[in-house]
Design a protein around this ligand. Structure first.
Ligand code: F0G
Length: 351
């Protein structure tokens, strides 16, 4: 079997004989049926486990293509701004190809695991005292001045590569789902998924388009309110973005698919994260749990049709944000002495 998305989808991606074979075996992630969660929603519920990608998030799908094309074009270094996952991914691919990587992160607002990744992969990490949106402006200008390849989703290859997520879902399910539920920050991924679904439909490899359901955090919901959000704030730091660069593409995806925008509060996100882990066996980072939080809310409001198929994109691994998880975990460790009696006294085994 071909592994890595450039090899697997060489017929559908802009790769040529001159494109370097960048490959960390990204893609091919599980699409898991979440049976125990279905009782809350009365739908066929699937999670696309993007946290199983090499750097732990969906970003690897677009990054592998962006980096390959940058090398093909003779670029010698990468630059990006990030809420954490893009930087981890860029740093990983830069390391694998032996080129420098500069990452601009909003100071103090990046989950610990993501910061650890960028540092370990050897990227130059710049903590910008400002928002992600400002860091992105700076990265774009710095790319122009220095000739570094800009690997945020303003780079068109990023969104091309991210289409592969939609293709895999169609292959795994045998068709597109009825609903596609996805967290939205800078709005590139929802746009890429919709383009991927449209492409598979036009190739006759699926029979319909899913309704694109975009979920944002209430404190950073410019696409829900219709207005830029100058001071975005949410526990889901991955989607703490006030002025999404792909806003117009994302709006078109939702409108043209008969989808919807919805927002969820931080408390709803944390409750969904616990539910997904404790009843689904899947540990996803807070941003990735916005869709489940939103589906639960839509169900409560009577707005979720019974019996449909729903795919949630679980965009990033829960291990990336251990601080938030430990602060909000349902249980704490039980400490005992080192005797067997003490141990047995805390084990309540069902009979
Ligand atoms: N989920 C996670 C885990 C993310 O890291 C991001 C974006 C999103 C969802 C939203 O995707 O931006 O395409 O709408 N993270 C970017 C980053 C912004 O820098 O890592 P989007």
């Amino acid at each position: 079997m071909k592994v890595g998305i450039l090899a697997r989808y060489s017929d559908l991606l802009p790769v040529t004989a001159a494109t370097p074979a960048v490959n960390l075996e990204e893609g091919g992630t599980p699409l898991v049926r979440l049976c125990r969660l279905e009782k809350h929603l009365d739908v066929r519920l699937y999670g696309k486990l993007e946290g199983c990608n090499p750097s732990g998030s969906f970003k690897d799908r677009g990054m592998v293509l962006a980096v390959a094309k940058a090398l093909e074009e003779g670029k010698r270094a990468l630059i990006c701004a990030s809420t954490g996952n893009t930087s981890a991914s860029a740093a990983a691919y830069a390391a694998s190809m032996g080129i420098p990587c500069f990452v601009l992160l909003p100071a103090g607002k990046v989950a610990l695991g993501k910061l650890a990744q960028a540092l370990m992969y050897g990227a130059v990490v710049v903590s910008v005292r400002g928002s992600f949106d400002r860091a992105l402006e700076l990265a774009r200008t710095a790319a122009e001045r220095t000739g570094c390849a800009m690997v945020n989703s303003v780079n068109p290859y990023r969104l091309r590569g991210q289409r592969t997520g939609a293709w895999e879902i169609c292959e795994q399910l045998g068709d597109a789902p009825d609903w596609h539920a996805i967290p939205v920050g800078n709005a590139g991924n929802i746009s890429a998924y919709f383009a991927g679904y449209e492409e598979f439909l036009s190739l006759g490899r699926s029979t319909h388009l899913p309704r694109m359901m975009g979920f944002q955090a209430a404190g950073a919901a410019p696409l829900v309110t219709g207005l830029p959000c100058p001071e975005p704030e949410t526990i889901a730091t991955a989607i703490r973005i006030g002025n999404p660069v792909s806003a117009s593409l994302a709006r078109a995806a939702v409108t043209n698919s008969g989808g919807e925008w919805n927002s969820v509060t931080d408390d709803e996100i944390l409750a969904a994260q616990k539910l997904l882990a404790s009843e689904g066996g899947v540990f996803a980072e807070p941003a990735s749990c916005a869709p489940l939080a939103g589906l639960l809310k839509l169900k409560e409001q009577g707005c979720l049709p019974s019996g449909i198929s729903v795919v949630m994109v679980l965009t990033g691994n829960g291990l990336k944000d251990p601080d938030t998880a430990i602060r909000n975990a349902p249980l704490s460790p039980v400490e005992t002495g080192d005797s067997l009696d003490e141990l047995l006294s805390v084990l309540s085994v069902p009979r």
